[in-house]
Each structure stands twice: as structure tokens, then as C-alpha cells.
Design a protein around this ligand. Structure first.
Ligand code: CDP
Ligand code: MG
Length: 714
């Protein structure tokens, strides 16, 4: 046993000694679990009481007996899902007990707020109830989700419950993927999809009912939909709107929609012991790994759910757990299952599958598992206390996805996951004082913290005249709104009257799957002056090889990602045809493409300062080439580059970079750059930028005034 291993073994022993108290606790858990699942408790001696011998030493045999006892119980409970038919499972959900009351209140009201614990059956059952009650006879029942993963996995589950193939009666739609058909009656989708549909069909005539699920998440799209749907319902009295929430924001929702009724689904939850960390943790990944192993090696039965902020932390945590477990002799088996939105869907589905007998599941998730996805059988939650949030960063003038402490509401949702099938435990890797004094009660809605360019453009396309008067539940700061309008104006998407311009920019190249290539392949396909072109190169070579998956495998390229690229490409092409844009190939002149990319990204430009060191042209902020970039370490360092995104880790890194001509910047972004700009100081630049905003505001105000007078004259 290595030193590391022996430390863990020591911990294992300590943990065993601490088990006496927990035995009692878990026996109780087992009993309740058995009772509630209709499994009769067999006449057995109290196993917990005998685990520790008179002399205080662990009596291994009694311990083993306890473990067997708990194993039986856990098998009984996991067999539950197998043995019970899907129908029986449906009838077991808390929402089933109130089915008729719920349908009555929906019948009597246009808008209803439905509140219920996570796992009570809101997402999977409400759509089916409405279908069974006849609502799908004159339209679809739509259900929006803030996350793609949830939309897909729930649609799959509901299609199984209904007994049809996914994409037929029950389907889903997410960006770049429409899995619905003519026969679809129940449609799950991201809230972004419904927003886009409202562009084409402002009264949403295809729907007889819309369920806005997970409203407590307050995603940007949900908040915009709130305002839009309120209007749609007032125009269409045959449309039902149901807003669901897992938390206490319901009063606010009810007030917003005009004092509509709130329906509470009675919960069925078990107590959860909350254990705070005594001291602040320096490294939440390390702390979580240790905690998970401790639980696992303690012999206590039940699956583990670990909350981490994002993909990278999830990967490290998962690897670490597997690695450290591998260093132990005879460690019980553990299935470590990561889940985050970018994970391929077949791997995502694994978290719902039953683990083989005697194998414990340990799910490592982002806040996707807070309320969107319910996994049965979780008894332990390990909460890092962090999540990733998109926040507008004025310093870089754009949104950045960064790690932030969660809110108290998040923390409570997370711990609640441990009490669904029996009493549970939640290990919070932060102190009680941090929870009380440092965490916000609820998370600030996305609309109040991010760039609103897309929202502004969308609302403008919908004909919303004065954005500052749009009915938001929590209006965004006026500055954010103006800033976003300014950005759109710069890009030419809004004209001087503040109206949206028909965008005729057909040169978009969409590239995904870039994480998938290995370094080796990167070099092989590398186009020295551009990451974007490197991806294009990969795509073209794949195309030359008849889109072959063998070719992909040979080159360490993810076939699925490439197929997605191809799909996106064809959808973009469809859009161009629809919009009657010219499809012209650039042939081998790839400079044209670089210039196109520059046309869209000139506001994200950087200028060479030293070796591998750049400064943002507008703000002077230092930023660095990401090591995965084709431009990195190639000895080729162009004077000017534009970047696709900034990631902040230890430094500010530019990811996905393309070399551009300084003159293009001046030509394509004249409001920012001019050729003579070199001598100007940063302060001057800032002053100029401020002047620009003032100019835009004045111009827009003037133009709007003119428009108004003209309308009045007419
Ligand atoms: O929306 P809510 O949190 O109220 O519950 P739900 O998502 O409708 O989940 C109800 C039950 O359906 C869960 O407890 C799971 O047992 C099951 N479910 C599943 O097995 N697979 C899914 N993809 C989603 C739900
Ligand atoms: Mg749900």
C-alpha cells in the first residue's frame, strides 16, 4: 500500500469506529424506505446495536451483518423501479394524489403556478395529465426547460411512459436538433426554442398549453418569456399557461401574472442531516474527493451526489475518486458518473441507469442535478458550495462564465436531493457562518447580470418599441440595456432609430467540438494564422474523406462532434436559402474568411505586446494566447488578432484566435479604431468610447423623435 493509500485506509478505520451512531440512523432509514415501498420489514435483531463490541472495538462480523442487512434493503429498493410497471411508478409520485384537483384548477384558470418539491412529478406528469384531459386535441402541450439535457432526458422518459417512440407522440427540440414530427403532441424544448418560435408565430397558435418549467431558475429566456406569454394569454383565452417552480418564489410569480392561483403539490420528503465544514476548505475538489471516499468506505448504503461548479472540476473529481479508490485493496466497487451539459447524451443517460448489484453510484454533477434532473436513490449529497454563473464583466465588456458561491436557495435545493427516497445526509464543504453571512438568499436572475444583446435584438424583432417599458418581472439595469443596444448598433444590427436591421451577413462559420481533438491532430491540421481556419481545415478533410467515421477515429476526432458540425452547417445553409442570401464559395481564398471573422469580432481584438503577450486593443487589458491555440508557440506572432472568447483561469486567455490585418480593424470597426490611433493614450480611448455611447444615445433619441413626429403627421 502506498503512503497515500495507507492514509486512506487509516481514515477508513476511523470512519468505521464512528459508525456506531450512524448504524442506528441508517437502520431507521432502511425501515422507512421499506415501509414506504410496501416492503415488509423482516423480523431481525437490531443490527446496529451490535456493530461495536463491549470494549468499543469494531466487531467485524456484526459489521458485516449490518452491511448485508442494508444491502438487502437497498436491493429491495432498487428493485422497486424494476418490478413496478411504469404505470405503477407514475401512480406512486406525489403529484398523482392531486391529479384531479390540479386539472380542475387548470380548467378554471388561464394561468396557474404549480409548486412542488423536485421529484414530485411536475416535469414528467403535468404534460401527460393535460394530454389525458384532452388538451392535445386542439394543439400541442409544450414544456420548456432552461437546460438542453433536461429537455432531452425528460422527453425520453415520457415517451417510455406513454409507450411510443421518442420523436413521435412525445418529442423534444433544442438548438440545432429537432426531434419532433407531425404526430408530436407533447413537446419538451429549451426556453430558447419557444422564444424563437414566438418570433415566427407570435400567438403560439400551435399550442393549447404551455408549461414553463423550472421557473425558479430565472434563466434569461424564461424571464423574457414571462413578459411575452403574459401578453399571449391575454390575447388567447384558449391557451393555458402553467408555471412551475421548486421553490418559494411562487408569490412573486403569482403577483406578476395578475394574482393567479398557486397550487402546492404536497411533498413527501425525508429529513436530511446537514453537516457543515468546521473550517473553510482551501480546495473544494480535494475536500469533495475525500468526503465521497469517506462515505463510500464507511459501508453506509445509498448513492452519492456531488455538486461541482463545472466540467473541469467534475472531471478532476471523478478521476481522483477512481484513482484513489484504485490504490486501495478490496475497496467496494463504485460507479463514478459525471454529468454536465456538454457530456455526450449516451453518457448522460447513464446516471439514470441502475448500477449492477452491490455497486454504489457516485454522480458528480453541475447544478443541473439541483432541480432539473432527478435521480432516485441518492442518500448522500456533497456540496462544494460553488456554481458557474454567466456574469457581465464591465472590465472586459462581455459576459464571462465564472465560479461563484451558490445562494442559500441553491444550498437548500442541493441538500434536499438527499431526502427523496429516505432520510439522508448532506455534507456542505463550507462553514455554517459562510452559509449564513456570505451567501445571498437567492441567486440574482440572469437578466440582471448578463449582456442583453440577444434579448434586445429578439424583442426588437418582435416589434417591442420601447424596451425600457417591456414588462419584466425584475427589470434589467438600464445601463445594461443601453450597453447592449450600443453593441448591436456597432455591429449594425440596430439602426439609428434603434430598430432591428435585417442582418445580411451570410458568412458565419460555425465550429464546434474543438475540445475533442488531441494535440497531435491539432498540429497536423493546424493553420498557423487561425484556429477558426484550423477547424475549417479539419472539416474539409473530413468531407474529402466522405465524412467517414473511420477517418475520424484514425485522427482522434470525435465523429459525433463532426456530425453535429455538419448538421449545424446544413441548418445555417437552410437559413441562408430561406433568407434568400447568396451562397458563394470562397474557394481557396481563406483570407476572405479571416476578414469575415474580423467583421463579426473586431470588438474583441488584441495587439501584440511581447512574446505570446497581447493587450486588448480597446481596453489595454493584458491577455494571452491559450496553449491550445494554433498560434501558440509557433514562432508566428501576428501584430493583430481577434479572439472568440476569453477564459479566465490564472490569467486571461484568448481562446480560438485568428490573425487579422490592423487595417481590417479600422475598416470594419471604424467606431473603435482608426489607423492613426497608435499614439493615443488609454484614457483618451476610454473618453472616446464614452463619447460614442453618448452620441449613439443622442442619435437614437433624435431619430425616434423624428419617427414619432412623422407618425403623428401621418
Ligand atoms: O419535475 P419534478 O422534479 O417534480 O419531477 P420529475 O422530473 O417529473 O420526476 C419524477 C420521477 O420521474 C423521478 O422521481 C424519477 O423517478 C422519474 N424520472 C426518470 O426516471 N427519468 C427521467 N429522465 C426523469 C424522471
Ligand atoms: Mg422538473
Amino acid at each position: 500500500i502506498s503512503r497515500k493509500g495507507s492514509q486512506l485506509v487509516r481514515k477508513h478505520r476511523e470512519q468505521k469506529e464512528r459508525k456506531k451512531a450512524q448504524h442506528k440512523h441508517w437502520e431507521l432509514a432502511g425501515t422507512k424506505l421499506g415501509d414506504i415501498m410496501g416492503i415488509k420489514k423482516t423480523e431481525e435483531e437490531e443490527p446496529g446495536g451490535k456493530a461495536v463490541g463491549e470494549d468499543g472495538k469494531v466487531d467485524y462480523k456484526a459489521d458485516q451483518k449490518f452491511a448485508d442487512h442494508m444491502k438487502e434493503k437497498s436491493e429491495a429498493s432498487s428493485d422497486f423501479a424494476k418490478k413496478k410497471s411504469l404505470l405503477e411508478q407514475r401512480q406512486y409520485l406525489p403529484i398523482f394524489a392531486v391529479r384531479q384537483q390540479l386539472l380542475n384548477i387548470i380548467r378554471d384558470n388561464s394561468i396557474v403556478i404549480v409548486v412542488g418539491e423536485t421529484g414530485s412529478g411536475k416535469t414528467t406528469q403535468l404534460t401527460q395529465y393535460l394530454h389525458e384531459d384532452g388538451y392535445t386535441r386542439y394543439g400541442m402541450v409544450g414544456c420548456t426547460q432552461p437546460r438542453r439535457v433536461a429537455a432531452m432526458s425528460v422527453a425520453k422518459r415520457v415517451s417510455e411512459e406513454i409507450g411510443s417512440n421518442l420523436g413521435e407522440e412525445v418529442g423534444y427540440a433544442i438548438r440545432f436538433e429537432d426531434c419532433t414530427s407531425e404526430s408530436t403532441m407533447i413537446k419538451y424544448m429549451t426556453d430558447g426554442i419557444l422564444l424563437r418560435e414566438s418570433l415566427r408565430e407570435s400567438d403560439l397558435d400551435h399550442y393549447s398549453a404551455v408549461i414553463m418549467d423550472e421557473a425558479h431558475e430565472r434563466s434569461l429566456n424564461t424571464d423574457v418569456l414571462f413578459g411575452l406569454l403574459r401578453e399571449v394569454v391575454s390575447r388567447r383565452n384558449d391557451l393555458k399557461l402553467i408555471v412551475t417552480s421548486a421553490t418559494m418564489d411562487s408569490d412573486k410569480f403569482a403577483a406578476f401574472f395578475g394574482n393567479v392561483p398557486i397550487f402546492h403539490i404536497p411533498g413527501r420528503t425525508f429529513p436530511v442531516d446537514i453537516l457543515f465544514s468546521k473550517t473553510p476548505q482551501e480546495d473544494y475538489v480535494e475536500a469533495a474527493v475525500k468526503q465521497a471516499l469517506q462515505i463510500h468506505l464507511s459501508g453506509m448504503v445509498g448513492d452519492i451526489l456531488i455538486f461541482m461548479p463545472g466540467q473541469e472540476d467534475i472531471e478532476v473529481t471523478s478521476d481522483q475518486i477512481v484513482e484513489r479508490l484504485g490504490e486501495l485493496d478490496n475497496a467496494p466497487p463504485l460507479a463514478v458518473l459525471p454529468i454536465y451539459s456538454q457530456l455526450p447524451s449516451d453518457l448522460q443517460a447513464k446516471i439514470f441507469q441502475k448500477a449492477p448489484d452491490g455497486v454504489r453510484k457516485c454522480i458528480v454533477a453541475t447544478n443541473i442535478a439541483e432541480t432539473s434532473l432527478t435521480v432516485d436513490g441518492i442518500m448522500f449529497v456533497v456540496d462544494s458550495g460553488y456554481c458557474k454563473l454567466k456574469v457581465f464583466n464591465p472590465r472586459i465588456g462581455m459576459d464571462a462564465l465564472q465560479v461563484y458561491p451558490i445562494s442559500q436557495a441553491n444550498a437548500n435545493q442541493r441538500s434536499g436531493r438527499a431526502g427523496r427516497t429516505g432520510p439522508g445526509q448532506c455534507y456542505r464543504l463550507y462553514t455554517q457562518s459562510a452559509y449564513k453571512n456570505e451567501m445571498l438568499t437567492t441567486t440574482i436572475p440572469e437578466i440582471q447580470r448578463t449582456n442583453l444583446a440577444n434579448v434586445v435584438l429578439l424583442l426588437k424583432s418582435l416589434g417591442v418599441q420601447d424596451l425600457l417599458l417591456f414588462h419584466f418581472m425584475d427589470p434589467p439595469p438600464e445601463d445594461n440595456m443601453l450597453n447592449s443596444m450600443y453593441q448591436l448598433w456597432i455591429l449594425g444590427a440596430l439602426d439609428n432609430t434603434g430598430e432591428s436591421v435585417n442582418l445580411n451577413n451570410g458568412s458565419t462559420i460555425s465550429l464546434t467540438g474543438r475540445e475533442e481533438e488531441s494535440d497531435q491532430v491539432r498540429e497536423k491540421f493546424s493553420v498557423p494564422e487561425s484556429d477558426h481556419l484550423t477547424y475549417l481545415n479539419v472539416y474539409n478533410q473530413w468531407k474529402n474523406n466522405n465524412y467517414s467515421s473511420i477517418w475520424c477515429n484514425d485522427h482522434f476526432i470525435h465523429t459525433k462532434a463532426m456530425r453535429k458540425v455538419r448538421e449545424v452547417r446544413s441548418q445555417l445553409k437552410d437559413i441562408m436559402v430561406q433568407q434568400k442570401m447568396n451562397l458563394v464559395s470562397c474557394g481557396s481564398d481563406w483570407d476572405v474568411i479571416r476578414k469575415c471573422i474580423c467583421a463579426a469580432y473586431f470588438h474583441q481584438a488584441a495587439k501584440l505586446k511581447g512574446i505570446g503577450e497581447y493587450v486588448n486593443v480597446r481596453t489595454g487589458m493584458p491577455c494571452h494566447l491559450h496553449p491550445t491555440s494554433s498560434l501558440f508557440g509557433m514562432g508566428y506572432t501576428p501584430d493583430y488578432i481577434i479572439y472568440h472568447e476569453l477564459v479566465m483561469t490564472t490569467k486571461e486567455y484568448m481562446q480560438c484566435v485568428t490573425a487579422v490585418d490592423g487595417e481590417w480593424l479600422a475598416e470594419l470597426g471604424p467606431m473603435f479604431y482608426s489607423v492613426k490611433q497608435a499614439g493615443r493614450s488609454r484614457q483618451e480611448n476610454r473618453r472616446r468610447a464614452k463619447d460614442e455611447i453618448t452620441n449613439m444615445e443622442e442619435e437614437m433619441a433624435m431619430a425616434q423623435e423624428q419617427l414619432r413626429t412623422r407618425r403623428e403627421e401621418q
